[in-house]
Design a binder for this molecule. Sequence first.
Ligand code: 4AD
Ligand code: MG
Length: 462
Amino acid sequence: MRKREKIVDVLRSTEVGREVFVEGWVRTKRGNKSVNFIALNDGSTVKNVQVVAECTNFDEELLKNITTGASIAVEGTLVESPASGQSVEIQANNITVYGTCDSTYPLQKKGHTLEFLREIAHLRPRTNTFGAVFRIRHAMAFAIHKFFNDHGFFYWHTPLITASDAEGAGAMFSVSTLDKENPPLGEDGKVDYNEDFFGRHTNLTVSGQLEGELGAMALGQIYTFGPTFRAENSNTPRHLAEFWMIEPEMAFMDIEDNMDLAEEFLKYLVQYALDNCADDLAFLEKMYDNELTERLRFVVSNDFVRLDYTEGIRILMESGVKFDYPVSWGLDLQSEHERYLVEQHFKRPVILTGYPKEIKAFYMKQNDDGKTVRAMDVLFPKIGEIIGGSEREADYNKLLTRMNEMGVPAEAMSWYLDTRKFGSAPHSGFGLGFERLILFITGMANIRDVIPFPRTPKNAEF
Ligand code: 4AD
Ligand code: MG
């Protein structure tokens, strides 16, 4: 058989008169007794190619089997299209039906709600919306690797199964091969994890950062890009129990360098989407969010505001807005506060720094005031927190004291403390939530709609 051409390439082609061979799924078929028009999509682009089939050239049974959702192959001639919105179409010479599709197929021509499509996540990638979202998701993953590779970072793989539960980022999923109904018990009557697969209690990781730091303290600059698991019961449009995170970690960089990198990185990714995902962005803009590309361009062309937490709290208190969570110094900002600062007050992305140490992780570098740490959260319009990071505490004694104060098991974490014992160096890093990035880029409103198979409380279908 001839070599398949992707529809994205066929539609870009201007060589009319040549033979083409395409394969795909039928989106719609319309026509009359003499001619059928088939809109064919193969996932390579949001656009369909129009296949024109003269009824006299084809068996009636064959044409009957060309229904919405069916998979077909088409050999034909590329011709100029009289229809608007496309310059070429395919005059079919030969059609093969690979797989028929009857009327019980849920993706018939009519529109569907995003909620309904979530229930058929195994089929929703065949819709224009999810095709666009997942192509953009791919492009962003590629751009992330490209950015770091071009900047001399090394892709560093951190374990998904871990015995350290010290990040304090959220509740963990435990990993065990013990018989849950009948676990081995120790003398104290508690489950004896010495008998477990790893000879100790283990969990799915909430972050690769701690192991990332070990890489940065040897290779200089690394990044991780992998799945992360949090068992928080937060049913919100911005939380998943399984999400992907990108965590760069850099030796010899302080909090200012860290902010510069985060801003450059985010702008690069947004620009990459504008440059490489134009058709998909145009579709999403038309269907869901008419300010989408304007918002993306705005982020690329404006400096992010850099704001001290204490100043942020003052702005919120003086705003006169009645928030659900009342504002005072020490508050862990909620989404409503973050979005007020970004969307109402500054109307720009904000990097908030200098948070109270009580609401941040043990490893963040302490400021001289004894109250705040060199944390940084990047806050985005419509999203709130998209990045969380910090300069790390490089002083062995300060770090150990903070671990003891916060009940972090220093003995079990001696490997982490060793980086501060042997050749400690200033270093910094941050974590970008991949799905939060995709939410921002696509303009979708719910995080369940930017990952193929979302994992959320009470939902692990597919
Ligand atoms: O702010 P977080 O918890 O920071 C860390 O885990 C650090 N170890 C990062 C670092 O410094 N290397 O998470 C980082 C980012 C958040 O800003 C958010 O974008 C995303 O991860 N995130 C989630 N995304 C989806 N669902 C969840 N449940 C998320 N929790 C955090
Ligand atoms: Mg955070």
